[in-house]
Design a binder for this molecule. Structure first.
Ligand code: TXA
Ligand code: MG
Length: 333
């Protein structure tokens, strides 16, 4: 049944969303990566609602979404940081698009966004609905992925209302997300560029643009709960379905017989001798990794709904888009 809070994106519904956001409400918004849970980023009370709705730890800062690289500048502070400023110019070539930059913040960025850190994460999304919404709002939008903390991100408007329907005033439906996993996050400093989270822009493209990319921060497991998290999504349990998950090569048939296992394949399901799974889902009929990224979270959700004790999932080489896919699988394991 269609949910009354979901509104197809149109000039009228986008204007309504902008009004609700200006009044301090939360709105589910489409982006090219995943759906976001948006609030007016200049309104501390509205931003606090995001943390309450997601049950998000207060030390996990939010991404600021703005309409253009020009608009982003107002929220940064590059004084006396010429190398960093040069790296920023390179980074802006990827905007609008699925790249988030962590940079020193301007004084006007409220602590509710940064969890008190001296840096702010900024991104210019390319989804046309989000672009129009940001232009109408005239203020930046704080928007984490629209899921309860630690669950997989939503890639359709329906996913948002299923999980957070009570917290949002409306969800703008901009169709299924084009990329399906979250943005890449890089931290720009005077000394270099660190990849904090692999995502929509591949590490190879970033490396080519910047000359060098420090990968050491990406994929670390750190359950720190004290200070601001050193890097995003670094909790060992993150982006997880509720059902335990393991990759095919880690599957121990003695602890979990196939009769209680759900199988997620990237391409056509290769039969496994003497094994018959309770439920099998193939994300892409020919194993195309763009389609796998787009469908990964929806497949994990579907597996959660079928009552199995374990999800066994395919693997791919951690290159290009495969790096983001395997990063999310590692965090769900
Ligand atoms: O694709 C995306 O980035 C989506 C869409 C909605 O834009 N947003 C998203 O937000 O994935 P979220 O909150 O689920 O993930 C943002 C990550 C968090 O892990 C957070 O720790 C990190 O960004 N982050 C935010 N500000 C930071 C900062 N100043 N320093 C380091 N990490 C930061
Ligand atoms: Mg998230």
């Amino acid at each position: 049944m269609p949910n009354a809070k979901i509104e197809s994106a149109s000039p009228a519904s986008i204007s309504r969303a902008a009004r609700l956001l200006a009044e301090g409400d939360l709105v589910g918004v489409p982006t090219e990566t995943v759906y976001g849970l948006a609030a007016n980023a200049t309104d501390p009370a509205a931003v606090r609602k995001i943390f309450a709705a997601k049950n998000r730890p207060p030390n996990n800062p939010l991404i600021l979404h703005v309409a253009s690289p020009q608009a982003a500048l107002a929220w940064t502070d590059f004084d006396d940081l010429p190398e960093l400023k040069a790296r920023w110019r390179i980074a802006t070539q990827f905007w609008p698009g699925p790249l988030t930059c962590v940079v020193p913040k301007a004084a006007c960025v409220i602590d509710e966004i940064t969890s008190g850190a001296p840096t702010v994460a900024i991104r210019v999304p390319s989804h046309p609905v989000m672009q129009t919404l940001l232009a109408e709002c005239g203020f930046p939008l704080a928007a984490p992925s629209a899921n309860p903390s630690n669950y997989v991100s939503p890639t359709t408007a329906e996913h948002v209302v299923t999980m957070l329907g009570d917290s949002v005033a409306m969800v703008l439906d901009g169709g299924p997300c084009e990329f399906g996993l979250e943005s890449s996050i890089i931290r720009l400093t005077e000394s270099g560029v660190d990849l904090l989270r692999p995502g929509g822009i591949s590490a190879e493209r970033l490396e080519a643009a910047f000359g060098h990319l420090n990968l050491a921060q990406a994929g670390k497991n750190d359950n720190s709960s004290e200070a601001v998290m050193p890097a995003p999504g670094m909790m060992s349990k993150h982006y997880s379905p509720r059902t335990p998950l393991c990759r095919l090569s880690n599957w121990n048939r003695n602890t979990h017989p196939a009769s209680v296992v759900a199988r997620i394949c990237f391409g056509p399901a290769e039969p496994i001798a003497n094994e018959s799974f309770r439920w099998t889902h193939c994300i892409s009929k020919d194993g195309e990794l763009g389609e796998v990224a787009r469908g990964l979270y929806a497949a994990m959700r579907a597996a959660d709904e079928n009552g199995c004790e374990l999800i066994v999932i395919d693997e791919c080489p951690p290159e290009g888009i495969g790096r983001a896919i395997m990063d999310r699988i590692a965090r769900a394991e």
